[in-house]
Every structure is written in C-alpha cells, then in structure tokens.
Design a protein around this ligand. Structure first.
Ligand SMILES: Cc1cc2nc3c(=O)[nH]c(=O)nc-3n(C[C@H](O)[C@H](O)[C@H](O)COP(=O)(O)OP(=O)(O)OC[C@H]3O[C@@H](n4cnc5c(N)ncnc54)[C@H](O)[C@@H]3O)c2cc1C
Length: 408
C-alpha cells in the first residue's frame, strides 16, 4: 500500500473516483483513494444516474456535459461499461414565462456546442407519447443527454485511474486528519498516510470529518425519493427508449427504467436525516419511504402523464444525499489550509461529478482557479453559517425543485 503520496482522495463515490481519474489523466498518479467501505457505498449506488444538459446556468451545463464526456472516456480506457443511454430530455414549459426563458437560453447552448431545440406541444407528443400536452406551452429538448449507470461509471473511473498508476484502498476508513508542517497526516484503518494534498470527497460525512479542523461546512444529509413502477405494457411495446421528462409543475423528473418508469420528486417539505451525526455503522442502506408528502406531486403526474395513473409501484427508494444552502457543490481549496481541497456537497453528483473533477484536478495541477466558477468555490459560505440558517436555505432550494430563476 502507498503510505506517502502527493494526493490522498478520501471517499470512493462518483466524485472521489472522478477526481482520482482526472488527476491521473493530468499526470498526477502518486495518488491514493481511501474508501471506508466499497466504492459507491454512499449515495452513488442508489442514484438514478440522470445527467441532463438543461439548466439556466451555462457554467453548470458545461459541468454536466463534461461529466458524460468523462464517463465515456473512462469507459473507453477501462473497458468497463457506464451504460450511457442517450435518450435526450424534455424540459416542459409549464408556463408562457418558462417558454420565454427557454428561448433566451438557446444561444448559450449554441455557444457550448450542445444541441438544444424548442419543441411545440405537438412535437413533444411525437417525442413522448405519454405526456398529455394540453397543459404545456412546449418544451426544451436536449437530445444528446440521458442517464448512466452510477456504479458502472464509478468502477470505470477507478479502473482507468488505476491503469494510469493511481491506487485505491477499500474497507479503509479515515478516522482523523491533521496538518503537520507542509503535509497532511491521515489516520486510516491500515496505518498512517502522509499526503501533500488531501481531497475530501466524502459527501455529507465531510462536515463531521472536518469539524475537528475548525471547519463548519454548511452541508447536511437530505432525504430524496425515487419511485419505480411495475412494467407497463405500453412502455414495453415501445421501439425506442423514452426521453426523460422534467416538469416544474409536478416538480419531478421521469425517465424510462426497463419497461416501467422511474420518478424522482422534489417535494415541498423535504426531510433531513441524521442531523445529530451520521450513524457510524451506516452502510449501503435506504431509509424508510415517506409517501404522503409525495402524493400531491404524484397526483399531478397522473394528469401530466395519464399512463402513470395505471401504474403499480414496484419500489419507493428513499436515500440520503448531500445538500448545500444554494444547491451547488463545494469545490476547491480550503483557505488557510494549504493542500486541503473539497469536492463535496453534491446533490446531482452523477450529473456533475465528472465535470467538477476535471475542474478541480486542473486547479490542483495548474494552481490556477477556473474562470467564472465562483458559484461553486468551496469557501463561498465562509465559516460561520448557523445550522438553522443552513437548514432553512436548504429547505428552500430543495422545495423550489425545478423552478427557474426569473432573471435571464
Ligand atoms: C434517490 C436518489 C436518486 C438520485 N438520483 C440522481 C440522479 O439521477 N442524478 C444525479 O446526478 N444524482 C442523483 N442523486 C444524487 C447522487 O446520488 C449524489 O449526488 C452522488 O452520488 C454524490 O456522490 P459523492 O461521491 O459526492 O458521494 P457518495 O456517493 O456518498 O460517496 C462518498 C463516499 O465517501 C465515503 N466515506 C465517508 N466517510 C469516509 C471516511 N471517513 N473514510 C473513507 N471514506 C469515507 C463513503 O463510504 C462514500 O462511499 C440521487 C440521490 C438519491 C438519494
């Protein structure tokens, strides 16, 4: 085992694996990823894997596009499939205003080189036969996005990084981090590791992990549901996979999962989880589902997609994921702590993990911060946000779900 490295990455979810991969691509291979249990043990294993290109912020869209590109590159390098389904996505315009915003976004997609089309309700019906288009004004169509298999992608990234010379230690929790002169000392299950740089990619575990260093990260585990239906004969009869659908009126996303539907919901009153500390024995577990708060959304979905009204629910998965007060991840160096980097706070870590890792790895290797990415800098909240203020902000950002900012 390597015990003295240039970079130790802590956390083997999609984000940690992406960072390890990107560092290795840029020539930093004196690296070691330390994972408490198995790769994907945190939120990654139960994610739906959706990676959409739609969004109001071009820089974030670039992160999504960079992520799919990263996973496909890792697939090619490693031979491990990431199961990319290029279904495309439809973001419905539930209001006239949303349609106006979509038109305003179009030139940005052209600048990014990402196909983006405004579709009429009739065209939406042709692309997605199960959407009742009577209540919509059209849709934004991003035909080249879709979904990946998060476990396949994490495995491909780790495998490709190892091929480049990086090391991965599983079943190896880091129990303490401290700075010693110009280096970092990590207590791990298999002894002390010395590193010039440490990347903390431990999602909602990062808050407790870094508290002993005096850091107060405003990140908290939040419960999130996805519902998978039984097989629907109408879906089974399709010749091609449906595009994903996102809708601010329902506050949900829906994509095809085998011959049924997979629905992710952003309800109005999200519940947190483990606010007094992550249970030390938390494994690859789901939380008990709480369907009642989802019902108003599911009822709207029956209107928007009448087929859903006939669907049996196969499973309701409730998993924790990591939220920050503005819904964006924390990426970059920690001020006053030379060599300590964050890659945490991801609630759409499959969609943005690969692209974020590219940015972080370039930042570490070049020493230059990325241009125009202040929105995701690790230090943007300062160190004194109260727990109540952070939880309030998270509740708001989660409840707004698919609402778009009014500013163009
Ligand atoms: C129901 C549901 C559906 C979702 N669907 C999507 C989706 O469609 N698209 C999308 O983009 N996102 C989705 N997400 C969110 C996504 O799962 C997360 O954003 C993403 O997995 C976060 O990745 P991560 O690597 O930051 O964290 P994690 O996957 O949680 O990885 C963190 C890792 O750190 C390890 N770790 C913690 N402490 C230590 C320690 N002391 N030492 C060593 N290792 C440690 C953990 O074991 C874990 O493996 C979904 C989430 C849920 C709950």
């Amino acid at each position: 085992m390597k015990t003295d490295v240039q970079v130790a990455v802590i956390g083997g979810g999609i984000v940690g694996a992406s960072v390890l991969y990107w560092l290795s691509r840029l020539g930093w291979t004196d690296t070691l990823l330390l994972e408490r249990r198995e790769l994907t043990s945190g939120s990654t294993w139960h994610a739906a894997g959706n990676t959409t290109y739609f969004g109001p912020y071009p820089k974030m869209t670039a992160l999504f596009a960079g992520s799919i590109r990263t996973y496909l590159q890792a697939q090619e390098a490693s031979g491990q499939s990431v199961s990319f389904h290029q279904t495309g996505s439809l973001r419905l315009a539930a209001t006239e205003r949303e349609l106006e915003l979509f038109h305003a976004y179009a030139p940005r997609y052209e600048a990014l080189g990402i196909p983006f089309h405004i579709r009429s309700p009739q065209e939406v019906a042709e692309l997605h036969p199960f959407i009742d288009t009577s209540g919509i004004h059209g849709a934004a169509h991003t035909p080249t996005d879709g979904h990946v298999d998060p476990t396949g992608a994490t495995t491909a990234l780790a495998k490709a990084a190892r091929q480049n010379g990086a090391a991965v230690e599983r079943q190896c929790p880091v129990t303490a981090i401290r700075q010693d002169g110009g280096q970092w000392l990590l207590d791990t299950a298999i002894g002390q590791v010395t590193a010039q740089n440490v990347v903390v990619a431990t999602s909602f575990w990062a808050r407790e992990m870094l508290a002993p260093l005096g850091l107060n990260l405003p990140i908290y585990p939040t419960q999130h549901h996805e519902i998978i239906t039984e097989t629907l004969p109408e879906v089974a009869a399709l010749d091609a996979e449906l595009p994903a659908m996102r809708d601010s009126w329902v506050s949900c996303n829906v994509r095809q999962e085998r011959d049924g539907l997979l629905i992710g919901i952003y309800e109005k009153s999200p519940e947190f989880w483990a606010l007094d500390g992550i249970p030390p024995d938390f494994k690859e577990e789901l939380l008990p589902p709480n369907i009642d708060p989802l019902m108003p959304h599911l009822e709207r979905l029956m209107t928007r997609m009448p087929l859903f009204a006939d669907a049996g629910i196969k499973v309701a998965n409730n998993g924790p994921f990591c939220m920050t007060p503005d819904g964006l991840p924390l990426i970059g160096p920690v001020p006053q702590m030379q060599g300590l980097w964050l890659a945490t706070g991801f609630n759409v870590g499959i969609g943005t993990g690969g692209g974020s890792a590219e940015i972080l790895a370039n930042w570490m290797v070049s020493g230059q911060p990325p241009k125009g990415m202040a929105a995701i800098h690790a230090d943007r909240f300062g160190n004194d946000m109260t727990k109540d203020a952070a939880l309030d902000a998270i509740r708001g950002v989660y409840a707004r779900g698919y609402e778009l900012p009014d500013a163009i």
